[in-house]
Design a protein around this ligand. Sequence first.
Ligand code: GDP
Ligand code: MG
Length: 182
Amino acid sequence: VESPERREHLFKVLVIGDLGVGKTSIIKRYVHQLFSQHYRATIGVDFALKVIHWDRRTLVRLQLWDIAGQERFGNMTRVYYKEALGAFVVFDVSRSSTFEAVSKWKHDLDSKVHLPNGGPIPAILLANKCDQNKETSRQTHSHLDQFCKESGFVGWFETSAKDNINIDEAARSLVEHILSNY
Ligand code: GDP
Ligand code: MG
């Protein structure tokens, strides 16, 4: 018999990737349903909270950690990563250098935070600004599938903060992975 007990979770989720890939825009879109060309690059760490009524018994509070100003160093302090349970690593499909940086970010993540059981935290790769691309080729799809397998991402989504594409889907997928670790 299932327990009727209500569960509430608070999940810390990191959003990392190079400067200008759209980290802040993705968070604003997801949490506030807004998009603007101009977000001031505030220095430091910013939080946003998204409350998800996951199912009748489960409430999830996603605490999204944005970074500003420190991206240029390509790594973050352990304090920033501490107790995170999931991550999005973002690149910009129109700038290949930001994809090349993905491995570096993933490595930084895996070296600085682990699940309580010692495993890596689930990370999803976001190919952002897909509104600027012609349709993604089948070749790109299988390349990203392969890349995720090799790099230990649990999956990838092409997203657009501008046109609101796949951001909710990516977040749902990450929450599913986080919940499956419980
Ligand atoms: P961050 O440095 O990673 O936080 O990137 P920002 O969120 O500040 O975005 C950098 C620039 O890219 C801004 O001018 C945004 O308006 C733009 N941008 C972000 N997401 C998208 C997107 O999905 N599509 C397009 N076309 N532009 C985007
Ligand atoms: Mg930003």
